[in-house]
Design a binder for this molecule. Structure first.
Ligand code: NAD
Length: 502
């Protein structure tokens, strides 16, 4: 589709999705929805008040206490399989909504939205296989069992970069385990999650099982985190937001899963397949304009291949097509919102002040017909040292910092010199090195000779300041379950409680 065909769309004033329907509550402010490709305001969503959040949580609580809570797991599974089919049918429309919401390129959002049903199918498949155990105790007359049970209402909070994809990582396991959900997408990209909500009703999930409320972090997000009926929180976003949500959870004594940021190292050894490695470096940082949690924002390059790698990076950087996210030819779209663009610009200045050398990019890109579009050049800094802020702080923008190393030990020490530990990549043809490096890297995910892959069956999450808990994989369901211990005395009588037992 040509982007010119899309320029007349608007969403109007959207409501929250509560109890299976769109709710336009009285009162409360509204947030503008802005298309980052041209700066147009294309609709509004509620900036939900504490009362509106309360309404959504109560709806989820009632659904949990009602029909959903008493459904057999196989019935939940059937609904989630149906949901996956519906999400598949709507993938194109939802991908378009995401592109218009966060400006990411259409080819990436299509790939993501086509993958989303896999998550619902994977966890639907697990829903009726979540059994407990019989525990052998000393007292043979006692039958002791464990039963996994849902928590009740789960509060999910998601960022703007991949709203529906990252929602699936939470919703699929939470629902498979039998919970109900209130989800608050980012105030910078709320539309797609609101549009997605209808699919849950169409798949037959009872009203209130999945509710979507929109609004800001410190407002609606904080109200969700603080709500006494929310029994567990699952957060993806920045460290600042994550810590606020974790504090709210701690204050109420409930659990929290945190998927936070990173400053991931992508390491190129001198024995690496260089074509693939350079493609991996480029894909790791520029494919989504750097706006992914796992962005390979630090390229650590073995000194013997440093010049070659930098010259290939710069050569390809000059040919990266920056443009409208709906153009199929576009390789890198706009930055998703103004604060994020300001932050990216600021880090270019910081890197220069700290002494890094600007090898490519560093400035805005003018796109014909979109004077207010938030476009920025893919940017490469060389001569970066580990103490520089550009080597330590997450930009969440298209800036690659290149650091040089002399041997394997130095590569590991540089990679681990970050307080983050979300992901890392290494490029080498030496199998022994691949194993050694992957063991020593402090990261929740290590990719060898590949970068930025994920699958519903593979666990994902951070170490160090990148988070707590794991999403995806078989055990992700356990994050949304608590264990009941049941003791059954099968011997005929219980003795006098006050007589001393032999
Ligand atoms: P953000 O923290 O600003 O916002 C994320 C969500 O948290 C939004 O819905 C926001 O409204 C909410 N929020 C913010 N403050 C809150 C508060 N005090 N209480 C409750 N909710 C609050 O993050 P962002 O800018 O939307 O996303 C970018 C960040 O997300 C980056 O740091 C990136 O690395 C991280 N991220 C992590 C992963 C992962 O899986 N580890 C994936 C994508 C993005």
């Amino acid at each position: 589709m040509s982007h010119t065909q899309t320029q007349t769309y608007t969403y109007g004033d959207l409501g929250n999705h509560i109890g299976g329907r769109s709710v336009h509550a009285d009162g409360g402010d509204r947030l503008q929805v802005q298309d980052p490709s041209d700066g147009r305001v294309v609709g509004t969503v509620p900036d939900s008040t504490v009362q509106q959040v309360d309404e959504a949580v109560r709806s989820a609580h009632e659904a949990f206490e009602g029909e959903w809570g008493s459904l057999r797991p196989s019935a939940r599974a059937a609904m989630l399989f149906r949901l996956a089919d519906i999400m598949e049918e709507r993938a194109e429309d939802l991908a378009m909504a995401e592109v218009r919401d966060n400006g990411k390129v259409v080819r990436e959002m299509r790939t993501q939205l086509r993958a989303v049903p896999k998550w619902y199918r994977y966890f639907a498949g697990l829903a009726d296989k979540l059994h407990g155990e019989v525990v052998p105790l000393e007292q043979e007359s006692i039958v002791a069992t464990t039963t996994p049970e849902p928590y009740g209402v789960i509060g999910c909070i998601t960022p703007w970069n991949s709203p529906i994809f990252l929602a699936a990582w939470k919703l699929a396991p939470a629902l498979a385990a039998g919970n109900t959900v209130v989800i608050k997408p980012s105030e910078h990209a709320s539309v797609s999650t609101l549009l997605m909500a209808q699919a849950f009703s169409d798949a037959g999930l009872p009203p209130g099982v999945v509710n979507v409320i929109t609004g800001g972090g410190p407002g609606a997000g904080a109200a969700l985190a603080a709500h006494p009926l929310v029994r567990k929180l699952s957060f993806t976003g920045s460290e600042v937001g994550g810590r606020a949500v974790a504090s709210a959870a701690a204050a109420r004594g409930v659990g929290v899963g945190l998927e936070l940021g990173g400053k991931s190292a992508n390491i190129v050894f001198d024995d690496a397949p260089l074509d693939a490695a350079v493609n991996g470096l480029l894909a790791g940082i520029f494919a989504a304009a750097g706006q992914t949690c796992v962005a390979g924002s630090r390229a650590l390059v073995h000194r013997p291949v440093l010049d070659e790698v930098v010259s290939r990076l710069v050569e390809r950087q000059q040919r990266i097509v920056v443009g409208h996210p709906l153009d199929d030819a576009t390789e890198m779209g706009p930055i998703a919102n103004q604060p994020q663009l300001d932050k990216t610009r600021e880090y270019v200045s910081i890197a220069r002040q700290d002494g890094a050398e600007l090898a490519a990019g560093g400035g805005p890109v003018e796109i014909a017909g979109a004077p207010d579009g938030l476009y920025f050049q893919p940017t490469v800094f060389t001569g970066v040292t580990p103490q520089m802020r550009i080597a330590q702080e997450e930009v969440f923008g298209p800036i690659l910092s290149v650091l040089a190393f002399d041997d394997e030990d130095e590569a590991i020490s540089l990679a681990n010199s970050s307080r983050y530990g979300l992901a890392a990549g290494a490029w080498t043809t030496d199998l022994g090195r691949a194993h050694r490096v992957s063991r020593r890297l402090q990261a929740g995910t290590v990719w060898i000779n590949m970068y930025r892959a994920n699958a519903p069956a593979m666990p994902f999450g951070g170490v160090k300041d990148s988070g707590i808990g794991r999403e995806n994989g078989r055990h992700a369901v356990e994050e949304f379950q608590q264990t009941k211990a049941t003791w059954i005395e099968t011997a005929p009588a219980v003795g006098d409680p006050f007589s001393v037992r032999a």
